[in-house]
Design a protein around this ligand. Structure first.
Ligand SMILES: NC(=O)c1ccc[n+]([C@@H]2O[C@H](COP(=O)([O-])OP(=O)(O)OC[C@H]3O[C@@H](n4cnc5c(N)ncnc54)[C@H](O)[C@@H]3O)[C@@H](O)[C@H]2O)c1
Length: 326
């Protein structure tokens, strides 16, 4: 079993992946500055609170620890904020990653799994989207992730560094049995916003119902956070076995419209979703669905949870746990 450093492990996807890797018998330590994450998401005794831009603090964690690999989740993730304040996205997501990569080099750690995103594709010409589709991000967040992927390609080419970049589509769901789930603040993701609307009675806004899709609302590919965790475990297995660097889409390949997500939430919770139709959000493509066949074929990965209702039900379990009065 391997010794893994998880950055951003106090956040949503990082905390689920940390649990998943621990359950597989790996030794896992987390670094996170808690700017967006929560100490209660990390199992006791595994959290080092630090900012990735602090090279000395990273040295203190890496020195003598002999990590086999790093799984790198730590980043800022809010697309709208990245448009308003691009500098902080390049500083945190690109400079923060460079600081981590330099520290890894100082301590001889050469295997890396990176959280990339469907946002590297921008507005794709067609879906499902293969990895070879043009990379044309339409916001600084997506650009920051693409810049890191480009840096990783050069590190692979110029040194013995090996990486897997996973381009996630829409992560959702929770592992309420561990008391963890999605707790972004502010929340911008559809499923937690729908569940909040159910809980509070205050309507969620559907951004546009005049898209060229069957019901007029945007279509996205939702992937359960534990299936994403298992994709990271598969990526680590690949790298630890000496596998080559590569980038993969991570989605289920099934697209659901916003109205279908609302229906699934009603079925999963037995409650009505109060919603209102608003105007389109700028830069929202009509449809984003992954072609994840490369991840399935190359890494032997398969999503276990493909029912949207099941995904929403797990998120609802967590929502109820968080707000015991729901
Ligand atoms: N949530 C999604 O649907 C989604 C989709 C595509 C890609 N991603 C990527 O997955 C990763 C994890 O996303 P998430 O939803 O779990 O986000 P999150 O905000 O819940 O977790 C990110 C964590 O990183 C920490 N962090 C941020 N900057 C840091 C820094 N400089 N030093 C130390 N810690 C820092 C935060 O405190 C937080 O705990 C991100 O890289 C994101 O870009 C997420």
């Amino acid at each position: 079993m391997a010794k893994i450093l998880v950055t951003g492990g106090a956040g949503y996807i990082g905390s689920h992946t940390t649990r998943f890797l621990l359950n597989r018998g790996h030794e896992v330590l987390v670094v996170d500055d808690l700017s967006k994450g929560y100490a209660h998401n990390v199992p006791e005794g595994r959290l080092h609170k630090l900012n990735l831009l602090d090279g000395e603090a990273l040295d203190a964690v890496l020195a003598g620890a002999r990590f086999d690999a790093v799984v790198h989740f730590a980043a800022f993730i809010a697309v709208g904020e990245s448009v308003r304040e691009p500098e902080i996205y390049f500083q945190n997501n690109v400079a923060g990653t460079l600081s981590l990569l330099a520290a890894m080099r100082r301590h001889g750690v050469r295997k890396f799994v990176f959280s990339s995103t469907a946002a590297v594709y921008g507005n794709p010409e067609s879906t499902p989207i293969p990895e070879t589709a043009p990379h044309r991000p339409v916001n600084p967040y997506g650009e920051s992730k693409l810049m890191v992927e480009r840096i990783l390609r050069w590190l692979d080419e110029c040194s013995g560094f090996r990486y897997v970049a996973l381009r996630y589509f829409n992560a959702c769901g929770a592992a309420a049995e561990y008391g963890i789930g999605e707790e972004h603040e502010p929340e911008t993701h559809l499923i937690p916003l729908i569940l909040r609307a159910i809980r509070t009675g205050s309507p969620v806004t559907v951004f546009g119902n005049d898209y060229p899709t069957p019901d007029g609302t945007c279509i996205r590919d939702y992937i359960h956070v534990l299936d994403l965790a298992s994709a990271h475990a598969a990526a680590l297995d690949h790298l630890l076995a000496g596998g080559a660097s590569d980038s993969f889409n991570a989605g289920t390949g099934i697209g659901y419209s916003v109205l279908e997500v609302i229906k699934a939430a009603e079925a999963a919770t037995g409650r009505q979703v109060p919603f209102q139709i608003g105007r389109r959000r700028e830069g929202d493509p009509a449809e984003l669905v992954a072609d994840s066949s490369k991840l399935m074929k190359t890494l032997g990965w398969e999503p276990k949870i493909t029912s949207l209702q099941e995904m929403v039900a797990s998120a609802w379990q967590f929502e109820k746990l968080r707000h015991a009065s729901a």
